[in-house]
Design a protein around this ligand. Structure first.
Ligand SMILES: [Zn+2]
Ligand SMILES: [Zn+2]
Length: 237
């Protein structure tokens, strides 16, 4: 998947590879919603990807941020500037994105956290005006249902989005799907609470879905519910 090229996941769901992470695009008629912004500098890739789909950045009504990490959020400022987007993030990550608390290091390794500390503020970018602080169970206004599922663990305010009509869950960084082959838990080195992250994944099994889409891996288009149950059962055994 080339940077900036939109790829269709399923009806009304596309992904554009930006710098750092994929930007997920939900479309229905004239309505466009973006999930995540990529790293700062991603603006031309996102705008170009949308153009490739016959859409424009000015049509985007809502930007949902899956969690506070810079590869998902630091591009938000440039995307939002001068446009009338409503920015949403879970309440537990919103205060950090808004700049009322300093970003904790994404790195769990103490040495790595210390050596990267001086550049952290620059990498995380400027504070973002988060208009809506999301909670578990919220339904984001859109022509088709977009349900917020709180998945704490990778960060405290990590969310998934369940699209029941598409039978799809966007999980952000809450799961890995390396080489498009095998599901695994989020990368422990950049996950605040790995045990809690696993607990959260069990909750996803209550949802009806067959496909998963991720921030750093190609989508899993079928059999995803069974695959997730299999992965969790294997780990619990
Ligand atoms: Zn992350
Ligand atoms: Zn990420």
């Amino acid at each position: 998947m080339k940077l900036g090229n939109p790829v269709r996941v399923t009806g009304g769901v596309f992904q554009i590879r930006a710098i750092g992470a994929r930007v997920t695009v939900l479309t229905a008629g004239d309505d466009v919603l973006l999930v995540d912004a990529g790293m700062r500098g991603s603006l031309p890739l996102v705008a170009g990807g949308l153009r490739g789909m016959g859409l424009s950045l000015d049509a985007v009504t809502t930007l949902v941020i899956s969690h506070r990490h810079p590869d998902h959020a630091s591009g938000a400022e440039e995307l939002v500037a001068g446009r009338g987007m409503t920015v949403m993030a879970h309440s537990l990550d919103a205060s950090i994105l808004r700049g009322s608390e300093r970003h904790p290091s994404p790195f769990q390794n103490a040495l790595l956290a210390r050596v990267t500390s001086p550049v952290l503020d620059r990498v995380n970018g400027s504070p973002i005006a988060v208009d809506v602080a999301l909670r578990d169970g919220d339904v984001i206004p859109f022509p088709f249902p977009v349900n917020v599922v709180h998945l704490p663990g990778h960060t405290a305010g990590s969310i998934a989005l369940h699209l029941p009509e598409q039978r799809l869950v966007f999980v952000g960084d809450a799961l890995q799907f390396k080489r498009g082959k095998r599901l695994s838990p989020p990368a422990a080195g950049v996950t605040d609470d790995p045990a809690q992250a696993i607990e959260s994944l069990w909750r996803l099994l209550d949802l009806d879905f067959d496909a998963l889409c991720f921030s750093h891996f190609p989508p899993m288009r079928a059999g995803a519910h069974d695959a997730l149950r299999g992965m969790l059962d294997d780990r619990a055994a």
